[in-house]
Design a protein around this ligand. Structure first.
Ligand code: TRP
Length: 361
């Protein structure tokens, strides 16, 4: 049995992905204008501090480097693993608020925020793309397998198996080549890359470039219950939009251990290490140095420092969010502009795709 079946992608394809990501990172700093970023989120809830440190900060950095940045709100993906859809529109709006508050700025930079359900020409790319992949490829995708077991559903809809192909349409419609993602998304990037190559080869065209996953350097942020990834479905998060008070209360309740002296030992003391890491991400000091400073003052002091560090890190962001909340028209105009821009690009790509397939009239 291959390693792939057991734990996500194989080590060798992970190593290759890391190499590609590093080469891309180097070039982004030299030639930001040669590249185009696309990444996104499902609108299933507000964004939390794990999202912030794991990806939002990086998106803002890329935007500020001058790389054109597309942020897709993947509303169709919500339908793949759940039956509830009443909050989709609300969370499209809420995500937009979170993005803008964190510093994505479509007014100042070439940044575009849009829900993919509003871009018909993007969605249409799914049809030819589906003929470029096999059923076997779709059903062996390790991320999909995990999501199927996590969904708790007995009947798995075909959208679950095919959403990585839809995601390829998200990525390729705007010819993006830089896809900032976590490790779990690498199988989807690999598939997208295959689709781009196969399309160009089969239709003897050079429509698409091959995208590369840009891996984040931030270590995984654990939830406040310790041990597991921070995630809304596990109820162990702090939202970006939380108040100072809410933040302090949540940190106070965070799990630690019974050892008095604080040390940085991610392997044996994951909960304490996670709070140290969060503090470090805010202050810039290393987790080990912070641990040394706290020493005998114990978990109480650690929690106080973590809460203060987070509240100071998110102070401006939260202020900005409160201001934006008062300006619904502005926030909606950002989405309208994002949609208009994405459509223009999608129309032109679909035109090229039709030409390549000999379907023009
Ligand atoms: N699947 C991604 C997630 O669940 C969201 C997403 C949709 C995405 N389309 C994308 C990410 C394209 C990167 C590129 O988080």
């Amino acid at each position: 049995m291959s390693v792939e079946k057991e734990e996500g992608i194989s080590k060798s394809s992970f190593d290759t992905a890391v190499q590609k990501s590093n080469a891309l990172e180097a070039d982004l700093n030299i030639n930001p204008h040669k590249h185009r970023v696309l990444t996104g989120d499902r609108p299933t809830g507000n964004l939390h501090i794990g999202h912030y440190f794991g990806s939002l900060q990086n998106r803002v950095r890329l935007q500020n480097l001058g790389v054109e940045t597309y942020i897709v709100i993947a509303d169709y993906q919500v339908l793949t693993d759940r039956d509830v859809f009443k909050d989709i529109s609300k969370y499209v709006y809420e995500l937009t608020l979170d993005y803008l508050a964190c510093g994505l700025d479509p007014e100042k930079f070439k940044t575009h925020i849009f829900p993919h359900s509003h871009i018909p020409e993007l969605n249409q790319l799914l049809v030819p793309f589906l003929s470029l992949v096999s059923n076997a490829e779709l059903s062996k995708n390790p991320t999909i397998k995990e999501e199927i077991s996590a969904s708790g559903q007995n009947v798995i809809n075909a959208g679950m198996y095919t959403y990585p192909v839809h995601q390829a349409a998200d990525i390729l419609f705007c010819k993006s080549d830089v896809i900032p993602v976590g490790k779990d998304q690498l199988p989807h990037i690999e598939l997208t890359s295959k689709i781009a190559k196969r399309f160009n080869k089969k239709f003897k065209a050079r429509v698409f470039r091959e995208p590369v996953g840009l891996l984040s350097e931030t270590p995984m942020i654990l939830g406040l219950d310790g041990g597991q990834k921070m995630s809304k479905s596990r109820n162990n998060t702090i939202m970006i939009k939380a108040t100072e008070d809410e933040t302090s209360k949540l940190i106070k309740k965070a799990k630690t251990d019974s050892e008095r002296v604080i040390t940085y030992d991610p392997e044996n003391r994951p909960e304490v290490a996670n709070l140290l890491m969060l503090t470090s991400l805010c202050s810039g000091d290393s987790p080990a140095k912070i641990a040394e400073e706290i020493g005998e003052q114990g978990a109480g002091k650690l929690k106080q420092m973590t809460a203060e560090a987070l509240n100071s890190q998110f102070s401006e962001i939260r202020k900005r969010r409160v201001e934006l909340e008062k300006n619904e028209d502005y926030v909606r105009s950002i989405l309208k502009d994002g949609i208009a821009n994405a459509r223009e690009v999608a129309i032109s790509t679909l035109e090229e795709v039709r030409q390549a397939m000999n379907m023009n009239i």
